[in-house]
Design a protein around this ligand. Structure first.
Ligand SMILES: *[C@@H]1O[C@H](CO)[C@@H](O)[C@H](O)[C@H]1NC(C)=O
Ligand SMILES: *[C@@H]1O[C@H](CO)[C@@H](O)[C@H](O)[C@H]1NC(C)=O
Length: 155
């Protein structure tokens, strides 16, 4: 405003930079989303966790930084994403693709899903549960996963 008063004849030219400022603001509004999508990651239960035959184990997965995951697909899987341990999609749990091995043995704790945090309980551990697991968070513009190894003791 002070500049306008000092240089009134430049007011026409000043209008252009103000438009540029507007576009730069737009960019700043759009860019953080893009950058977040690079920075957001899934934190799993750790590199390797141990379970005992007959006991239960909990697979905790959360987005970091915390993001609402209620409308995302969250898929726990064995070595491949098509090997479904537990599937949350469209705000509900879908069992049609679940591997027979995990039927009636999974329980999803999703009280904190709006903070991007979910826990999957696997009950009555059997030796065949040993191996590689992962959880994947998926939405239209986002896909991230964490993987870990489950070791089973007491075989
Ligand atoms: C994905 O899109 C939604 C809605 O269009 C937006 O709110 C969200 O910030 C985006 N997420 C990322 C990680 O870019
Ligand atoms: C899971 O539970 C349902 C209903 O109780 C039962 O019909 C089904 O046989 C069970 N599946 C396994 C693999 O135990």
């Amino acid at each position: 405003m002070v500049d306008f008063a000092v240089l009134p004849s430049f007011s026409q030219q000043v209008a252009l930079p103000r438009n540029l400022l507007f576009f730069m603001h737009l960019l700043l509004l759009l860019l953080p989303g893009e950058m977040n999508s690079e920075e957001v990651r899934v934190v799993g239960p750790g590199e390797s966790i141990l379970a005992l035959v007959g006991e239960e184990v909990e697979f905790s997965c959360h987005l970091s930084p915390y993001l609402d995951a209620e409308d995302m697909e969250i898929r726990w899987f064995r070595s491949r994403t098509s090997d479904v341990v537990h599937l949350y999609q469209g705000r509900q749990e879908l069992y049609s693709q679940q591997m027979a091995q995990f039927q009636n043995r999974t329980k999803l704790l999703k009280d904190d899903i709006m903070d991007g945090s979910v826990n999957l309980q696997l009950l009555s551990i059997i030796p065949a549960d040993e191996g590689l697991y992962g959880c994947r968070f998926l939405s239209s513009n986002f896909s991230r996963e964490a993987v870990w190894e489950l070791e089973v003791a007491g075989m």
